[in-house]
Write a protein that binds this ligand. Structure first.
Ligand SMILES: [Zn+2]
Length: 94
């Protein structure tokens, strides 16, 4: 899937169509000391093991595309999601 480097789309902070730079958005690194992680480690401690059933490994063919759009005028960032899964590599080029 190919996407252009710059697109003109609506910015909800400017309230108008402005130029946006396009980038593929990726999941950030999880913080090791977040609330849920700390609690989960506490529950997992000692005799008894994990309270959650282990997740089944599912292999999906495609991936969902999430683009990060940045407004050139005000710098506001927002995401654009494509709900269909793509089998081809995502490419942002002019
Ligand atoms: Zn803007």
């Amino acid at each position: 899937m190919k996407f252009p480097e710059k697109i003109k789309t609506f910015c909800r902070k400017c309230g108008a169509h402005t130029e946006h730079t396009v980038r593929q958005d990726r999941k950030g690194k999880e913080r090791t000391m977040n609330r849920g992680r700390r609690k989960y480690e506490e529950v997992k401690k000692g005799y008894g093991g994990s309270p959650r059933t282990p997740k089944k490994e599912v292999h999906k063919v495609g991936k969902r595309v999430v683009l990060l759009l940045k407004c050139a005028t005000c710098g506001f960032k927002h995401q654009r999601r494509y709900d269909a899964r793509t089998k081809k590599a995502v490419e942002v080029a002019s």
